[in-house]
Design a protein around this ligand. Sequence first.
Ligand code: ZN
Length: 164
Amino acid sequence: MTLTTHAIVGAAAAKLFPQHYILAFFAGFISHFFIDAIPHWDYTLSSMKKDEQNPLNNDIVFGRSFILDLLDIGFDFFLALFLPLLIFSSNEISQSLIVLCGAVGGVSPDALQFVYFKFRREPLVSLQKFHQWIHADTKIESWKRGIPAQLAIAVFVIFISTKI
Ligand SMILES: [Zn+2]
């Protein structure tokens, strides 16, 4: 899923703990795995080197294509911080911080995948195994269906969060 979708869902989950930054972060963190289990579309990272036999050997190769990937990731990350604040924050700074904790928690598992690619040590190895295990096997190939589907998930979660 895009970082943006993860961040919106993470920020919505953080609303469960409006007084507690660490719990808000972990609510976002855990929400990541729940929605990764739903079949979804992902934008391709051309710097990603995949091992179909053993996905634990996947890697990101630093090079020219990584720099291009960084543009996509950067744009996605910008939306991941900006949209949750736009949608959920109020005039209170503490509330905006809770939103940010949830959003950052929501995208962190993917950042940790990146760290795993470069430092294959525990507890990252176990986390990566879990992440790959829970991640949906079937995926939506086309962005034309994939983006509206993620938008629908985000809107649904925002709607539910207004009931909390
Ligand atoms: Zn993920």
